[in-house]
Write a new protein. Structure first.
Length: 398
């Protein structure tokens, strides 16, 4: 049996240094060709090619998801299965304003560093390509439904930000579409023959504003008019609102969805229209970071000179499909500052920062931290046991 020593942080940092040029080139390549959810074909190709060249066995699609992949490096003997997660989708208008190019290149670099520093590692080191995180795509939920995370002991990723935190609350989020159907008519000659779906949508949005004072301060209701009619001289027969409903827990968000549904039905009743409420994607669950693993990550990146601590529980938060995974297995999703404090997420400023040298310096550190946690999970049974115990305790009924 091969004895394997835990590589020092320094040894992993040296590997990341050697991988830096390719990591940065891949990141900039992905950044320069932003692709929306489930259409990330270029990123998929660039990432899987790099992994295949490095000796990973690549499955380059998962149950009809063309831009998902699973790349595994099997060890010399049985052991834990540790996955690094790569996101690589961009946003309409702002391209890589969420910096997923850094997540993707950093995840691959971290996995490569582990297998280079630990060629005789036990268990499995994987990079799982999780497309469609933005715009309610729920790529990770679909991958979980396809069984990709069965047998995975821990999933690790980092996310770029304007500040560094090891853990951060994220909200549960429902993604709704509310379709109103009325009756079209000439808007001047015979409007009384029509029933305006747009009027229903307006009334519905006003109802949400009236509701807002009477929901918990942790809740968020926000949306757009996705369809407001076709022409000013036609009473709109169709109108649609797309809406996210968020709160701290899935149960709270679900309860709020029922009140939103009632508001939609009320607006339809008042305007003589019909309404259909549907989900545009799966509910995003609240996030439950593994504090045990996040602290190990924090310890590593602090040693590399990065200032990081757990996030404040009451800080404003978004949502991500990593929340759903965090209900299934231990995960970490630390944020790493790659831009000046105050730089908004999903902005042009964040997009520009995500292509800069500072962002790549920080991604190198983050990838080293992820590699260190992965190596510890492979070799230190005590750490995996602690993460499992924490996970089980979090799932215990209150
Ligand atoms: Zn993101
Ligand atoms: Zn985002």
């Amino acid at each position: 049996m091969t004895r394997t020593e835990l590589p020092t942080l320094h040894a992993l940092a040296v590997e990341l240094g050697a991988l830096r040029t390719r990591m940065e080139a891949v990141s900039l390549d992905v950044h320069a060709r932003p692709e929306l959810k489930f259409a990330e074909h270029h990123a998929h190709q660039v990432l899987t090619r790099w992994l295949a060249e490095a000796g990973f066995a690549v499955t380059d699609q998962v149950r009809g998801m063309d831009t998902a992949f699973v790349a595994v490096h099997e060890g010399m003997r049985p052991g834990p299965y540790v996955a690094l997660l790569a996101e690589y989708d961009a946003l309409p208008g702002v391209g890589h304003g969420c910096g997923h190019n850094l997540i993707a290149a950093g995840a691959v670099a971290a996995a490569l560093a582990v297998v280079r520093a630990l060629p005789a590692h036990p268990g499995t080191v994987a990079v799982i390509g999780t497309p469609g995180e933005e715009m309610g795509g729920a790529g990770k939920v679909r991958l979980a439904e396809a069984g990709v995370f069965e047998g995975v002991d821990a999933a690790l990723m980092f996310h770029p930000s304007d500040r560094s935190v090891t853990t951060q609350r994220a909200l549960a989020a429902a993604h709704l579409r509310i379709d109103f159907t009325g009756v079209s008519a000439h808007a001047a000659k015979s409007p009384w023959d029509g029933r305006s779906a747009l009027a229903a949508a307006q009334l519905f949005l006003n109802a949400l504003d009236s509701l807002r004072q009477f929901v918990p301060p942790t809740a968020r209701l926000h949306g757009i008019v996705a369809d407001g009619g076709q022409a000013p001289n036609v009473v709109p027969a169709h109108a649609a609102v797309e809406l996210y409903v968020r709160d701290r827990t899935t149960a709270a968000a679900e309860a709020l969805v029922e009140r939103v549904r009632a508001a939609a039905e009320g607006a339809a009743l008042a305007t003589g229209t019909a309404v259909a409420v549907s989900e545009t994607g799966p509910m995003y669950a609240e996030r439950r970071d593994s504090a045990v693993l996040a602290e190990r990550f924090g310890r590593a990146v602090r040693e590399l000179g990065l200032d990081i601590a757990p996030g404040e529980p009451d800080e404003p938060a978004g949502s991500s499909d990593i929340g759903n995974l965090s209900q299934l297995l231990p995960v970490i999703h630390p944020y790493i500052r790659i831009a000046p404090p105050g730089t908004p997420a999903h902005s042009e400023a964040m997009r520009e920062a995500a292509a800069g040298p500072f962002a790549h310096d920080r991604t190198e550190i983050a990838a080293t931290g992820l590699a260190r946690v992965a190596a510890e999970l492979l070799l230190d049974g005590g750490l995996l046991a602690a993460a499992r115990a924490e996970f089980a305790a979090g799932r215990a009924p209150a």
